[in-house]
Design a protein around this ligand. Structure first.
Ligand code: NDP
Length: 336
């Protein structure tokens, strides 16, 4: 089994020496266990803070431990009555080619592909999309006619936030890096406008795109983007703070200015509740089914960036934190 482990804690951007690709023998299965062959691995921004020695809502990754991550794979051996050989599952297998899991594993789910590619269950019908849907509707609570702004708008979460907000009758404005991402967001995804935060005129461009102010800001990035959003927030606005990727390569993420500092300092702070996707874990199946329907109907469109094999995972991960990905970042681990 080939796997990638944490060799030492990164200082700033992940260096090649921080992670180690190694081969280990697999142990035979015990009763109640299954062997999963990983097919697709999801790369997600949260993995970077987890490499730091900092306790947040989850424990840090231990030195020499496999890097955390969700994947979709196929059961190739089973000593469980619950999972049969051939079943597809999503699980937190980590960055490796095979994974032995007990049938009672938390956050492991059978996948019913319903004609969709399996990779979709890590993106447009997976964790990022559930985050988008639940964060937007339960925390953002947009109403028809309101202006919804979302950052990292072409990405896995942001693209779904905007498309759902459109179906709810909102005016939707994306913020993304570069002309290519912005024209995808307005052209393909159907947002009303998209502001290129790298074009050098963020404050004025955002104000021009939001003539009636901002009612919901779905926060994915933090930093300068949040500072540009803050003065445009209307009274009674809501800001689901989903993440703030601009700070993830910081060595001490507790020492940087967070969206909470920026929003909390406003004369009339918006509702800016932090939310984590685990909050609605009991709705996993129902929400996934809904997202699959929307993807099948074409109501949710998506794009993917695919790295080939574990050998290319580290580069792809670094690239995602630099905005090189276009849509959901995946690693193809094996053929189906
Ligand atoms: P994306 O697919 O959006 O990829 C990351 C994107 O972030 C990059 O492509 C880049 O887009 C943008 N970015 C990177 N650095 C910066 C920067 N310094 N300033 C502005 N934008 C930047 O990732 P996801 O959709 O998976 O994740 C988006 C956010 O959602 C992250 O903050 C993540 O942590 C959070 N999240 C939170 C969850 C929760 O449960 N709370 C669950 C899942 C995700 P661009 O080129 O446009 O800059």
């Amino acid at each position: 089994n080939r796997r990638i482990v944490l060799a030492r804690r990164p200082k700033g951007e992940v260096a090649d020496e921080d992670l180690r690709l190694e081969s280990v023998d697999m142990k035979p299965l015990d009763d109640g266990e299954i062997l999963i062959k990983v097919l697709w691995l999801s790369l997600d921004p949260y993995m970077r803070p987890r490499m730091n020695d900092l306790k947040s809502y989850m424990d840090p990754i231990a030195i020499d431990a496999v890097i955390v991550g969700e994947s979709v794979g196929q059961v190739v051996e089973s000593r469980s009555g619950k999972y049969a050989v051939g079943d597809y599952v999503t699980s937190y297998s980590g960055w490796q080619e095979y994974y032995v899991a007990p049938e009672t594993e938390a956050m492991m789910y059978k996948v019913d592909p319903r004609g969709l590619p399996l990779s979709v269950f890590l993106g447009a019908a997976g964790m990022p999309a559930r985050t988008a849907y639940l964060g937007l509707t339960r925390v953002g609570k947009p109403e028809a006619g309101e202006t919804v702004v979302v950052s990292a708008a072409s990405g896995a979460v942001g693209s779904v936030v905007g498309q759902i907000a459109k179906t709810l009758g909102c005016r939707v404005v994306g913020i993304a890096g570069g002309e290519k991402k912005c024209s995808y967001v307005t052209g393909e995804l159907g947002f009303d406008a998209c502001v290129d935060y790298k074009a050098g005129n963020l404050d004025a461009d955002l104000a021009a795109a939001c003539p009636a102010g901002i009612d919901v800001y779905f926060e994915n990035v933090g930093g300068a983007v949040t500072r540009a959003v803050a003065p445009l927030l209307n009274k009674g606005s809501r800001v689901p703070v989903c993440g703030y990727i601009s700070a993830y390569n910081e060595q001490d993420i507790t020492a940087v200015e967070t969206p909470f500092h920026i929003l909390g300092a406003l004369p009339e702070p918006p509702e800016h509740r932090f939310f984590v996707v685990t909050e609605w874990q009991d709705e996993h199946e129902e929400v996934t089914r809904q997202l699959v329907d929307w993807v099948k109907d074409g109501k949710i469109k998506y794009s993917e960036s695919v790295a080939d094999g574990l050998d290319n995972a580290v580069d792809a991960f670094r690239g995602m934190l630099q905005g090189k990905n276009f849509g959901k970042q995946l690693v193809k681990i094996a053929e189906q």
